[in-house]
Write a protein that binds this ligand. Structure first.
Ligand code: 2IT
Length: 449
C-alpha cells in the first residue's frame, strides 16, 4: 500500500481506537483508493488524506425533555459537519440508544462519499441522539424533537446544513423538527430539512427513494450479468422505511422479498411481502414503536425465527437493510454456502470488513456497496432541496425518472472508475474511487484549510 495512505490509516486506528465503526469505514474506503493515491503524489503535498478524515466541525449538545409522567430526561445530541467541499452539509439524524461519537463519525464519513456519488452538490454530515424512541408516546416524541431543534437550529440552514431522517427519524419526527425550526426562526425556510410531509414542501417519492433506488441499482447489476429481476427471490433484513420501499418496488416489477427482520428475529414469507396489505402493514409496525417483526408473522400466519438473522435462507439476492454490522463472517459463510450470487448492501455499512472482503473474494459473488446502493435516498433529498429553493413541486414521474437516471449513473460511474484502475467489475472499489475523486478535486481547488 502507498506509504502516505498507510500512515493516515495507522494514525486513525491509533487516534480512534475507542470508535471501531469509524476506523472500520476509514479502512474500507481508503483501502479502495490506494491506486488513486499512488497516481496522485500531490495529495500528500497538501496532506489531503489527513484533512479528509478530520470533520470540518463536530459538536454535541444537551437535549432535555419531560416524559408523560413528568420525569425529566437528559440526552446527548450530535451533529458532525464532516465535509462541505462540494455542497452544503447534508445527511440524516439517527435517534437510537446505540448512538455515540463513533457512530456519528462513521456515518458522516460514509455520507461524504455517498453524497459525492449522487452527482449532486451536497456535502457530508450526520447527526442524532442516544434517545430511544421505542415505546415513547407521540407527545414525548414531539417534546424530544422540539428540544433537539431548539439546540440545533442556529447551526443549520438551507445553504448551511440540511438534516434528514435515518433510523428512528421518519416523517413524523421531521414534521416536529421543522415546526420548531419555523417557530423559533420565524422564517419560511423549509429547505433546512428533507423528508418533509407533502403539505409543507416534501418531495414525492422521497419516502420510497432509498428502497426504489436500491432496486434500480440492482437492476443495473443484473443487466450487466445478462439477467433480469423478474421471479428472483430476495432476503431483506430490517422492516423500516428502506425495507418497505424495497418490498413495494420489488412487488411492482415481479420480484419477491421473502424475509424481513427486527431486533427480535426474522420472518419468512414464502409468498413474498408483495400484497398492498402486507406492504402497508410495515408502516403500521414502524408507527407502533414496538420495534418487533414478530407482529408480521402473527398477522399473516408465516413462520417467525426468534433471535435469528435471515441469512441462512436460500434466495437469489441478499439485501441487508437494517443497521451496521448485520452480516459478519459466520453470516457471510452461510450466504456463500447457499450459492447466493448477488450481495447488495443497503443499510449503511451492514457488513464487517472481514466479511465484506470474504464475499468480494468469492468467484461468482457480486458485491454492491451501500454507499452506492442507498444513495437514492439522499439523492432525492437533494431534489427536494431543489424544489424548495425553486418554490416548485415536481411530479412523481419527474422525481422517479431523475432517481432512475441517478442510480444508473452511480452504477455506471462506479464500474467505470474501477475499470480505469484495472480492477475489473469491482463495484465496491469503484464507488469509493468515484466518490473520493470529486471531493478530493474540490478540496484541492479550494486551497489548504
Ligand atoms: O444515510 C442516508 O443517506 C440517510 N439517512 C438519508 C440522508 C438524507 O439527507 O436524505
Amino acid at each position: 500500500m502507498n506509504t502516505y495512505l498507510q500512515s493516515v490509516i495507522d494514525h486513525v486506528k491509533e487516534k480512534y481506537k475507542n470508535e471501531p465503526e469509524f476506523v472500520q469505514t476509514v479502512e474500507e474506503v481508503f483501502t479502495s483508493i490506494d491506486p488513486v493515491v499512488e497516481a496522485h503524489p500531490e495529495y500528500e503535498k497538501v496532506d489531503l488524506l489527513n484533512r479528509m478524515v478530520e470533520p470540518e466541525r463536530m459538536f454535541t449538545f444537551r437535549v432535555v425533555w419531560i416524559d408523560d409522567n413528568g420525569k425529566v430526561h437528559t440526552n446527548t445530541g450530535y451533529r458532525c459537519q464532516f465535509n462541505g467541499a462540494i455542497g452544503p452539509y447534508k445527511g440524516g439524524l439517527r435517534f437510537h440508544p446505540s448512538v455515540y461519537p463513533g457512530i456519528i463519525h462513521f456515518l458522516g464519513f460514509e455520507q461524504t462519499f455517498k453524497n459525492s456519488l449522487t452527482g449532486l452538490p451536497i456535502g457530508g454530515a450526520k447527526g442524532g441522539s442516544d434517545f430511544n424512541p421505542a415505546g415513547r408516546s407521540d407527545a414525548e416524541i414531539m417534546r424530544f424533537c422540539q428540544s433537539f431543534m431548539t439546540a440545533l437550529y442556529r447551526y443549520i440552514g438551507p445553504d448551511v446544513d440540511v438534516p434528514a431522517g435515518d433510523i428512528g427519524v421518519g416523517g413524523r419526527e421531521i414534521g416536529y423538527l421543522y415546526g420548531q425550526y419555523r417557530r423559533i426562526k420565524g422564517v419560511w425556510e423549509n429547505g433546512v430539512l428533507t423528508g418533509k410531509g407533502m403539505s409543507y414542501g416534501g418531495s414525492l417519492v422521497r419516502p420510497e427513494a432509498t428502497g426504489y433506488g436500491a432496486i434500480y441499482y440492482l437492476e443495473e447489476v443484473l443487466k450487466h450479468e445478462g439477467e433480469t429481476i423478474q421471479g428472483k427471490t430476495i432476503a431483506v433484513s430490517g422492516f423500516g422505511n428502506v425495507a418497505w420501499g424495497i418490498c413495494k418496488k420489488a412487488a411492482q416489477i415481479g420480484a419477491k422479498v421473502v424475509t424481513l427482520s427486527g431486533p427480535d428475529g426474522y420472518i419468512y414469507d414464502k409468498d413474498g411481502v408483495s400484497t398492498e396489505e402486507k406492504i402497508n402493514y410495515l408502516l403500521e409496525m414502524r408507527a407502533s414503536n414496538r420495534n418487533r417483526v414478530e407482529d408480521y408473522a402473527k398477522k399473516f400466519g408465516v413462520p417467525f425465527f426468534k433471535g435469528e438473522k435471515p441469512w441462512g435462507v436460500k434466495v437469489d439476492i441478499v439485501m441487508p437493510a437494517a443497521t451496521q454490522n448485520d452480516v459478519d463472517m459466520a453470516q457471510a459463510k452461510k450466504i456463500v454456502e447457499n450459492g447466493v450470487k448477488y450481495y447488495i448492501e443497503v443499510a449503511n455499512m451492514p457488513t464487517t470488513n472481514d466479511a465484506l472482503n470474504f464475499l468480494r473474494a468469492q468467484k461468482g459473488v457480486i458485491v454492491a456497496p451501500s454507499k452506492a446502493v442507498n444513495a437514492g435516498g439522499v439523492g432525492v433529498s437533494a431534489l427536494e432541496m431543489a424544489q424548495n429553493s425553486d418554490r416548485m413541486i415536481w411530479t412523481e414521474e419527474q422525481v422517479d425518472a431523475e432517481l432512475h437516471r441517478m442510480m444508473k449513473n452511480i452504477h455506471d460511474s462506479s464500474a467505470a472508475a474501477a475499470a480505469e484502475y484495472g480492477l475489473g467489475y469491482d463495484l465496491v472499489a469503484g464507488a469509493n474511487i468515484a466518490g473520493f475523486k470529486k471531493v478530493a478535486t474540490a478540496m484541492l481547488e479550494q486551497g489548504i484549510f
